[in-house]
Design a binder for this molecule. Structure first.
Ligand code: NAD
Length: 249
């Protein structure tokens, strides 16, 4: 199956690291022009340099996606490249670790801001742009923690569950207007997001995956590109796991 995105413009948030970086690289390798957006301008520029060096097309963009004005500008940047056809609302943070009864209020707002509000802003500004561009496909990066809980991560779990609901709603609303919206649910993927875990925690996490290892960013990217492609033309409003069997236990 040869997936190509020639002539399409993609906006990927959180493209400076981990899963977003893999998706940006793979989309560009498949012919898309990628707006690689990240909070860290330098990280976005590094990814764009890698894409350009490999013969692909990309432009860097920076800003905090928990701010609606920033997301509106990212969408405008995509439109200056010829439209918006593919959108990956991927930026996310882990947030503090504490049980619900002790969870820091500012940490709650931060996690909901980046992991949920930013996904809404992506849809809010991305969908009208996509309609103007003749339609397209959207992937919202959820998590296995969009369907199961994880002690100590109430904000993250709540945000990811909500992303799946938001995905279903938007999919229903735009299904006959040429826009598909899906969510992806990775288990624990070996990216800088997990860098705060010590070795014992890492081994404990690995043991939760029947596959006996953590996932790789490229494995999440492969599923994301499939869902963005015309090969997935009848798939919308659904949540797709890439979890090494985590939720089968
Ligand atoms: P990562 O930390 O490697 O990369 C996340 C990127 O998002 C970073 O480059 C960061 O600078 C950027 N970012 C953070 N806050 C931002 C903001 N406010 N505005 C713009 N950019 C911002 O993490 P990752 O593992 O690649 O995670 C990507 C997505 O996948 C997240 O939504 C995460 O919740 C989800 N996810 C990750 C895992 C995992 O185990 N790594 C599992 C399930 C889901």
């Amino acid at each position: 199956m040869d997936i190509r995105f020639d002539g399409k413009v993609a906006l990927v948030t959180g493209a400076g690291s981990g899963i977003g970086e893999a998706i940006a690289l793979d989309l560009a390798a498949a012919g898309a022009t990628v707006v690689a957006a990240d909070l860290k301008a330098e990280a976005a520029e590094t990814v764009v340099a890698r894409i350009t060096a490999a013969g692909g097309k990309a432009v860097p963009a920076s800003g905090d996606v928990s701010d609606p004005g920033t997301v509106a500008k990212l969408v405008e940047t995509a439109m200056t490249q010829g439209g918006l056809h593919l959108l990956v609302n991927n930026a996310g943070i882990g947030g503090p670790s504490a049980p619900t009864g002790d969870y820091p209020i500012d940490g709650w707002h931060q996690v909901i801001g980046v992991n949920l509000n930013a996904v809404f802003f992506g849809l809010r500004f991305g969908i009208p742009a996509m309609l103007k561009s003749g339609g397209g496909a959207i992937v919202n990066m959820a998590s296995i923690l969009g369907s199961v809980g994880f002690a100590g991560a109430p904000a993250y779990v709540a945000a990811k569950h909500a992303v799946i609901g938001l995905t279903k709603n938007a999919a229903q609303e735009y299904a006959t207007q040429g826009i598909r919206v899906n969510a992806v649910g990775p288990a624990f993927i070996d990216t800088p997001l997990l860098s705060g875990f010590d070795e014992a925690t890492r081994q404990w996490l690995i043991a939760k995956h029947p596959a006996g290892r953590l996932g790789r960013a490229e494995e999440v990217s492969a599923l994301t590109l499939f869902l963005l492609s015309d090969q997935a033309s009848f798939i919308t409003g659904s949540y797709h796991l890439v979890d090494g069997g985590y939720t089968a236990l």
